[in-house]
Design a protein around this ligand. Structure first.
Ligand code: PLP
Length: 369
């Protein structure tokens, strides 16, 4: 028996202490953080239907990926995959890299985001400002392979796409679904008819869908998806090999393929939204709430209005809850720049007018791209 040696050397006492200290730092960070606001809106055309938007842009690292990054670090630490002084890597060109860099700085770790070279300069600057490094890869399809190379050299791969769905505690622990339902508790219609979210890693929809079942609620879950993208294509036929029919301009959602974290069975409906409508809705959110939010928040708003119009047509009352995922400042040079929109052949006026008519009338007219 003497000859059976553990494959991985056991943790030294000082390393174990570092893991305990790191977990304590994450717990302290969570205790310092307030919950995000649930903002209520009502529209003239939708009598009896209350809309709520959870403002995830107010997290310290600016988006709903703050929750995911905290969970991924916790998961890596509790699985014994992350040790003192170890480098950390993930493939992300967006809000996840910013949140992961934020937590790496908190824990005193060095973080590298593997990104396509075409990533918006603003996001590269945001990661670097937090002390993160950006490893830019010419071919976007190679980012996962490059992250794996970093991991082979000893880095801890946080692996947002592989682990988002299992890193989050779906039974509670103040996950986003539990937080929404607690904030709804004193509202006139406390159990939402619908919760609407997007699918990037699929972590948010998996957590909400599981939690709704766990709590035995009648609330249904809708994924708001850019037209023709991976979740929508796969969900219809439960096909995990499905691929997007075309790319989207909406960042954070609308994946080219079915990600490992996409749980089709907890999603009751998928609504596909043309990019022009998502962007027009992102602009509309500024009129409604006095602040700018990103494109995926617009996609959510369009899906909410479509569900509300169907409820309205059936004479139903109820509440609909959705998310504001990240702030519009990240898109000043893209979605909120008229020259960029013109370059990408996005005409906002027809979609904007259709949305305004919908708010006033409670009726939905299909939008074309
Ligand atoms: C990641 C992301 C989403 C989708 O959330 P997932 O939990 O990854 O599915 C939506 N909007 C933005 C801006 C995101 O960064």
């Amino acid at each position: 028996m003497e000859s059976i040696l553990p494959a991985v050397p056991p943790l030294r006492e000082s390393s174990r202490r570092w893991v305990h200290d790191a977990l304590e730092m994450l717990a302290q960070e969570a205790a310092r953080s307030a919950d995000t606001h649930l903002l209520k809106l009502n529209f003239p055309g939708f009598d009896g239907i209350d809309f709520y938007f959870k403002d995830e842009s107010t997290h310290p690292s600016g988006s709903l990926k703050h929750r995911l990054a905290r969970s991924l670090y916790l998961y890596a630490l509790c699985n014994g995959r992350l040790r003192e002084g170890q480098a950390v890597v993930d493939a992300s060109s967006g809000s996840t890299a910013i949140s992961e860099a934020w937590f790496a700085r908190l824990l005193g770790l060095s973080f590298t985001a593997v990104m396509p070279a075409c990533t918006a300069p603003r996001k590269i600057r945001d990661v670097q400002a937090l002390g993160g490094r950006c490893d830019l890869v010419g071919d976007p399809a190679q980012v996962h392979a490059r992250a794996a190379e970093h991991a082979a050299r000893g880095a801890c791969h946080l692996d947002q796409f592989g682990l988002a769905e299992r890193a989050t505690d779906w039974r509670g622990n103040n996950n986003i679904a539990e937080s929404i339902l607690q904030q709804m508790a004193r509202e006139p219609q406390p159990v939402p008819a619908w919760i609407v979210c997007g699918a990037g890693t699929g972590g948010t929809s998996a957590t909400i869908g599981r939690y709704l079942r766990y709590r035995r609620l009648d609330t249904r879950l809708c994924v708001a998806e850019p037209g023709g993208c991976g979740f929508a294509e796969g969900w219809r036929t439960r096909n995990h090999a499905a691929v997007a029919r075309h790319p989207t301009l909406i960042e954070g959602i609308g994946r080219p393929r079915v990600e490992p974290g996409f749980l089709f069975d907890v999603v009751d409906q998928v609504i596909e939204v043309p990019d022009s409508a998502s962007i027009a809705a992102a602009w509309l959110l500024e009129d409604l709430l006095g602040r700018r939010y990103g494109g995926s928040s617009g996609t959510n708003l369009v899906a909410c209005l479509q569900l509300a119009a169907a409820m309205h047509a059936r004479g139903e009352r109820g509440s609909i809850v959705s998310l504001l995922c990240d702030p519009g400042v990240r898109y000043a040079e893209t979605l909120f720049d008229p020259a960029w929109l013109a370059d990408h052949h996005i005409e906002l006026v027809p979609a904007r007018e259709a949305l305004q008519r919908c708010l006033a009338s409670g009726r939905w007219q299909p939008l074309r791209d």
